[in-house]
Design a protein around this ligand. Structure first.
Ligand SMILES: [Zn+2]
Length: 80
């Protein structure tokens, strides 16, 4: 994870997520302009009040701002 700026807390929480799950998350962020799940690029990571990681970045297709909340507290990698 060299791209993007994460807060220390966000980096720790994000690091607890399996890499495969991270890839799925980053590749399926909903863009309101594309009306589709897109790849998020140039993203930053922060932590909200609930302790979830909040990824903020741009849609890889159109560049519109996209946000993805990752509920690390309820992470269930096997739920597929
Ligand atoms: Zn888009």
């Amino acid at each position: 994870m060299s791209d993007g700026k994460f807060t220390t807390q966000a980096a720790v929480l994000w690091g607890t997520i399996p890499v495969e799950a991270q890839k799925r998350i980053l590749a399926a962020v909903f863009c309101v302009k594309c009306r589709d799940a897109v790849q998020i690029v140039n993203f930053t990571g922060d932590v909200d009040k609930r302790g979830d990681v909040v990824l903020k970045g741009s849609c890889a297709k159109c560049g519109y701002e996209v946000v993805r909340v990752v509920e690390t507290s309820e992470d269930q990698p096997q739920n597929n």
